[in-house]
Design a protein around this ligand. Structure first.
Ligand SMILES: Cc1cc2nc3c(=O)[nH]c(=O)nc-3n(C[C@H](O)[C@H](O)[C@H](O)COP(=O)(O)O)c2cc1C
Length: 171
């Protein structure tokens, strides 16, 4: 299964990236950092259609499983990731053939918050935009992992969660 992790953090090498590195090694998959691309928020008139979004999306739709990795910023996905999701609208309006390629593909989500208590308190609400977007786009939602970093390290508890998650995805 061709898999990619799409990271949407304001820090290239921050906490989310620590989680992403662990997952990427486990899954032996590709990695895309949204921070390396230049695209703006959704525009009703499509005036930004020539920025990096559509070429990037053409690459992403070739994967079977897309895992979105985002930090928790103000109880929600990062602004960068939200801009990316808003721009998927371009694939329903401007470049429909790219949007159609998402049908039948799989989506999963991993997020990284500040600590266990904060992260576990928001699980259902946080996951909803990913789960609902997958359904809307005709994708199969494979689930989520909620993580945090303790003293700059990934705890054994989270490693076990990620190991179980990757096993479930691979099987
Ligand atoms: C703007 C901002 C908002 C944040 N809001 C939350 C929050 O609502 N809940 C939470 O658990 N952590 C919150 N945090 C903490 C981050 O989620 C946490 O430090 C995360 O591991 C950062 O990942 P990063 O290094 O990839 O940015 C926030 C951090 C920032 C910078």
């Amino acid at each position: 299964m061709k898999t990619v992790i799409v990271q949407g953090s304001s820090r290239k090498y921050g906490n989310t990236n620590k989680i992403v590195n662990y997952l990427q090694e486990k899954l032996d998959c590709d990695f895309i950092d949204l921070k390396g691309y230049s695209f703006s928020g959704y525009d009703y008139e499509g005036r930004n259609r020539n920025d990096d979004f559509l070429p990037l999306m053409r690459e992403i739709v070739e994967y079977d499983l897309i895992i979105f990795a985002t930090p928790v910023y103000w109880y929600a996905m990062s602004g960068l990731m939200k801009n990316f999701f808003d721009r998927i609208t371009d694939c329903l309006k401007i470049e429909k053939e790219t949007g159609r390629k998402l049908r039948g593909k799989s989506m999963a989500m991993v997020c990284c918050g500040s600590d266990k208590e904060a992260v576990l308190a928001i699980q259902n609400e946080f996951e909803m935009p990913f789960r609902a977007s997958a359904t809307y786009l005709g994708m199969s939602y494979q689930g989520s992992i909620f993580t945090w970093i303790e003293k700059d390290e990934i705890s054994e508890e989270i490693k076990t969660n990620m190991d179980n998650f990757t096993k479930k995805i691979i099987d």
